[in-house]
Design a protein. Structure first.
Length: 306
């Protein structure tokens, strides 16, 4: 009797404690849950609902005039040559921008972790500065720098080359916009890679060095495999950013010249500005699906290696 009552006491006291812990957990999660519902869940559901209608700006005065068109907006989008072209532009942003940003961020993180010992904090702040710099001011500076008479062409003229009008050339505007995206985001990749590099145990490198492995072999066989979780995180974050890229093409070229730099996000913004709420909602849903599909593929490919 005594032992059974003694054993039963912890169970009786454990349940109220578990309830208290659960209540505290929900209390801490409540602010995030409210913000998620208000600013993510409700807008996403609303966009999905609007994408199935022919809603236009003029319908705001008479909501009952909106008709259900089901998937006509999606079919109309894929029949629009401009939308298909913008899909190609966005894919180009991702295919070129993500590897280039990751490469620059990784090289700088490696330099800060192994090569640059003095003033490491100063270099880290300088390299991270583009992330927190006002993008509007930066875009104005870049517009001047890549103008026909801008700084870049002045430097080229000083060494004997005639520079083009970068932002007015459909073949050159996209590389400039991608370069701005890389400049803006390599600091984020650098900080994440630096955190991953500093988490790699030093004794592993020392053991490999004793076995005769040089720096390149240690990087390829030890550092990179141990850094795969960080590589996965950085690749997903950058891919999501470049799939939704808006600021760079909007501020630098406004999608021009001839739509050569217009992204899916900018297309969606323009359709919304024209009052085509149903079409813009369908385009935003497609962007959401692209982000989800690409993220799942990246996790499938890179997750086993982590």
């Amino acid at each position: 009797m005594t032992s059974s009552s003694t054993l039963g006491t912890p169970r009786a006291t454990r349940r109220p404690r578990g309830r208290r812990q659960t209540g505290a957990a929900w209390l801490f999660l409540a602010p995030f849950a409210v913000l998620f519902v208000l600013f993510t869940a409700i807008p996403a559901i609303s966009a999905l609902a609007f994408s199935l209608t022919d809603m236009h700006g003029r319908d705001l005065r008479d909501p009952f005039s909106v008709n259900l068109v089901f998937f006509d907006n999606y079919l109309r989008l894929f029949a629009d040559e401009r939308f298909v072209r913008d899909i190609g532009n966005t894919v180009l942003f991702v295919v070129v921008g993500v590897p280039l940003t990751m490469a620059v961020g990784f090289v700088l993180a490696l330099a800060l972790n192994t090569g640059i010992r003095h003033l490491r904090g100063t270099f880290r702040a300088v390299f991270f500065a583009p992330v927190v710099t006002n993008i509007v001011a930066v875009a104005l500076i870049w517009q001047y720098a890549f103008n026909a008479n801008g700084t870049v062409n002045e430097v080229l003229a000083a060494i004997g080359f005639a520079g083009p009008n970068w932002l007015d050339d459909p073949n050159l505007a996209m590389p400039v916009v991608i370069l701005l995206g890389v400049w803006r985001n390599f600091g984020t990749a650098m900080i994440l890679f630096l955190a991953g590099l500093q988490a790699v145990p030093e004794d592993v490198h020392e053991a490999a060095a004793l076995d005769g492995a040089n720096g390149w072999r240690r990087l390829r066989l030890i550092t990179v495999p141990l850094l795969m979780p960080t590589i996965l995180l950085v690749s997903v974050l950058l891919t999501v950013f470049y799939l939704q890229v808006f600021d760079e093409p909007y501020l630098l070229t406004n999608g021009g010249p001839l739509g050569s730099t217009e992204s899916l996000a900018l297309y969606t913004f323009n359709q919304f500005g024209f009052g085509n709420f149903g079409t813009s909602s369908a385009a935003s849903v497609i962007i959401l699906l692209l982000v989800a599909i690409v993220s799942v593929v990246q996790f499938r490919l890179l997750r086993p290696r982590t």
